[in-house]
Design a protein. Sequence first.
Length: 90
Amino acid sequence: MATPKPKPMTKAEIETEAAFANQIYKDRAAVNRKAIKVLQALQGSRQVTIRLHNSEIALAKQQAEAKGLKYQTYMKMLLHQALLKGAERT
């Protein structure tokens, strides 16, 4: 027994399928763009500028010196630890 041929799709069915495929493509493309942005943000490093009170810098310098670190390295380490701790809570 031969299998019956599928019934040809109507123009409306073809347009509906095309619209659905187009939406799926757009959704996947949007997800890919977001993923690329996240990956780019995670790669490398970038210089930033923040304004801190003189007393905060002095305290950071004292603490960094006690640990044998440069104060900017120490502040970067503190920021990194705080960000990781904050991410654990979410």
